[in-house]
Design a protein around this ligand. Structure first.
Ligand code: CDP
Ligand code: MG
Length: 696
């Protein structure tokens, strides 16, 4: 180990126990809560650092309109504070306590944990809502976990969020777009509803700047309202009881962090004492690849690697896989969880003693000029690296193996990440603010202002889609309808056009498929089997129509998992498609859209797609040998992605769903079109704004 790793400056410690705090120590993973029952869970609750602050928190919430709570990950903020509030009566009289999370998986996971701790069934007293999944019952649910995005949507029906007594905006340090928007809007709501209590909680936060943001004085200059409620936010810091973590760096930069991570796990298993391992990689594909390599190692019963229990952790994981992550490590085994940055602060895994940090995460980046938004693998910040390391000191002193050099950490790693607001496409955010009656978007009370170019670009897109009028107000009815549908406005526009064209049944299926990551199973290396299977479903018109064929096949099979398995189709994703489609059908019916099928007329279907995606048209370069296209909007060089059924087919004109850049700009989900449809779909865009001689 020492050849590979350069120990950090901290004093090496015994890797078993460190009793500096004199607290309760575990030698191995604590037992699973369910097997120990309620009494044991109650004890676990009382052991959490936040428990000592119970009275203080309740006092502050009583007397301050806003409370900012900072506390180390795992101290019990998310799971305990909503329960304290309920115990103190904040959910009485039909009121609700809300706790928002930026991530869907975290919402589901913490909600089921809290339900378990309270000894109730999930979806009743403790419920959750994520997009397309509502597990709450009106009048019964008292504590509701939800994504920040869902709470924003709720404002469209109930602008003052009147059913909530307390709203806890959790994981505020993540600075997701929705969190940032929510904070600005909640501040406005508080002016109208001073009795609404806000808790802003996070692992690491600029508590002062957050406090300044919420500092409001009444016009008469008093710092309290008429009921003696203090308008000044108060800040509470929860002292954690993290154990020391020894940091190790690689001596030379690594060229392949995935391989390096795998090697490090194997080394840990060989050389280190008992304790689970948490590995931070960036995305599902990579994680599945690492899991596969390690599982192969572990399947050799004669080798001591058979002691490894390897599990992936990323959003989109099924419930049973999620449960495995939190269940007790069997005796004699070492659990290795390979995760995205969801385990950085959103979820705490007990029993982790070793952390392997790749130094990367998937981050969204948006370029308003090229209008390309990409999820790219990018270096994390020092703040993230520290959080990741901290995960190793949960039950006793631990070790963190960083797959980058100390020099890199000190000199090159940025101190903080950039808020998502400043590196995203803002189309959806702008339409939501407009729908909430915020007309002056640039003048909105942002925690950090979004880049003006992104704003302008978003306004341009919404204008070209006919969602905003010349005064930048939502159009009636189409703008308001689009705002009601919780999807990318271009997809929503396509759904609305389908109503007029009489193909809403088909388009809703397509929209549902596009809302899941991929309906195909991810296969590593050779894709031959998958490619062959795809041909069975492939439609000459392109991917969207192919999706319709897959959906039809799935229904005809009786939604069979075996059928999916045979056809390289992700059963879990298909079930989600069916659920999402059902939810969408219900939603659009409410908007007055009539469900109608065009009996698979692919021309009509493609025209509906064009109504939303006309600006995503590309034309094949005439003499291109390698399938190069140019986008109509800004003559960008693009290529059909190899996963598309139109890869190598190269129709002259195509429309794509999204662009993803790796070595080149790739068009994902592509259909072939007739260019005359473009003018038909968007005369304002193609004739007036951007005349393109090639079309005429
Ligand atoms: O929000 P914060 O990071 O402060 O802590 P938390 O998420 O409330 O976690 C408190 C405790 O609950 C930790 O010890 C977690 O391991 C545990 N927990 C769990 O066992 N299962 C879950 N699904 C969520 C939390
Ligand atoms: Mg939390």
């Amino acid at each position: 180990m020492s050849q590979f790793w350069k120990p950090g400056t901290e004093r090496p410690r015994s890797s078993l126990v460190d009793d500096e705090e004199g607290g309760v120590l575990f030698y191995s993973t604590p037992p699973p809560s369910s097997s120990y029952g309620y009494a044991n869970l109650e004890k676990q609750r009382q052991r959490l650092p936040v428990f000592k602050y119970r009275t203080a928190i309740l006092y502050l919430v009583e007397y301050h309109s806003t409370v900012i709570i900072v506390g180390e990950t795992g101290s019990g903020k998310t799971t305990q504070i909503p329960q304290y509030l309920k115990e103190a009566g904040w959910a009485e009289g039909g009121r609700l306590i809300a706790c928002t999370q930026p991530r869907r998986l975290a919402v589901q996971s913490v909600a089921s944990r809290v339900a378990e701790e309270m000894g109730v069934k999930i979806g009743e007293e403790v419920g959750y809502t994520i997009r397309f999944e509502d597990k709450t019952v009106q009048g019964v649910t008292k504590i509701k976990f939800l994504t920040d995005g869902v709470l924003l949507r709720e404002m469209m029906d109930d602008p003052l969020l009147t059913k909530y007594s307390v709203i806890m905006v959790d994981e505020a340090h993540e600075r997701s777009i929705s969190t940032d928007m929510l904070l600005g809007l909640l501040k406005k709501i508080q002016r109208r509803r001073p009795e609404l209590r806000l808790i802003i909680s996070s692992a690491t936060i600029e508590a002062e700047s957050m406090s300044n943001f919420f500092r409001t004085r009444k016009k008469n200059g008093h710092a309290t309202d008429d009921n003696g409620l203090k308008m000044e936010p108060s800040i509470l810091s929860v002292e954690g009881k993290g154990y020391p973590v020894e940091i190790h760096y690689v001596q030379e930069p690594v060229s392949d962090y995935l391989q390096s991570a795998v090697d490090t796990v194997l080394l840990i298993h060989e050389k280190e004492a008992v304790g689970d391992v948490l590995v931070f990689l960036t995305g599902q594909e990579e994680i599945d690849a690492a899991v596969q390599i390690l599982v192969e190692k572990a399947s050799d019963k004669t080798s001591h690697f058979s002691g490894l229990l390897v599990l992936p952790l990323y959003s989109g994981l099924s419930r049973s896989d999620q449960d495995l992550i939190f269940s007790q490590t069997p005796k004699g085994k070492r659990k290795v969880v390979i995760s995205t940055n969801i385990a950085e602060t959103s979820l705490t895994l007990e029993g982790v003693v070793f952390v392997v940090d790749s130094g990367f995460s998937k981050q969204r980046f948006y370029n308003p000029i090229s209008d390309i938004e990409n999820l790219v693998v990018a270096p994390i910040s020092k703040a993230s690296a520290k959080q990741r390391a901290g995960r190793a000191g949960r039950v006793r002193s631990g070790k963190c193996f960083r797959l980058y050099t100390e020099d890199y950490f000190v000199k090159e790693m940025p101190a903080e990440g950039i808020p998502e607001m400043q590196r995203s496409n803002l189309v959806s955010s702008v339409i939501q603010l407009k729908a909430l009656g915020i007309d002056n978007i640039l003048g909105f009370d942002w925690l950090a202002s979004p880049p003006p170019e992104s704003m302008i670009r978003a306004l341009e897109v919404l204008y070209s889609l006919g969602i905003l009028d010349e005064d930048a107000k939502l159009t009636t009815p189409s703008g308001f309808q689009v705002a009601e549908i919780p999807l990318d406005p271009m997809v929503s526009k396509m759904i609305i056009a389908a109503d007029t064209l009489g193909c809403s049944e088909e388009i809703l299926t397509i929209a549902a498929v596009l809302s899941v990551q991929s309906i195909w199973v991810s296969v590593r290396g050779k894709h031959k089997g998958l490619d062959e299977v795809k041909l069975r479903f492939a439609a000459a018109e392109g991917d969207h129509v192919t999706h319709l064929n897959v959906y039809k096949g799935f229904l005809q099979s009786g939604k069979s998992s075996q059928w999916c398995y045979k056809n390289y189709i992700n059963y879990h994703a298909m079930k989600k498609v069916v659920d999402t489609r059902e939810q969408l059908c219900r939603l659009v019916r409410r908007l007055g859209i009539v469900l109608k099928s065009c009996q698979g007329d692919t021309q009509t279907i493609r025209k509906a797609i064009l109504a939303g995606f006309f600006s995503h048209a590309s034309q094949l370069e005439e003499y291109s040998q390698n399938g190069m296209y140019k986008t109509v909007r800004n003559s960008q060089e693009v290529y059909i992605h190899p996963s598309s059924v139109l890869f190598r087919v190269n129709p002259k004109w195509v429309v794509y769903h999204s662009l993803v850049s790796t070595d080149k700009h790739y068009m994902h989900n592509v259909i072939a079109i007739d260019p005359s449809w473009l003018i038909e779909a968007a005369p304002h865009f193609y004739q007036l704004k951007r005349p393109n001689p090639a079309i005429f």
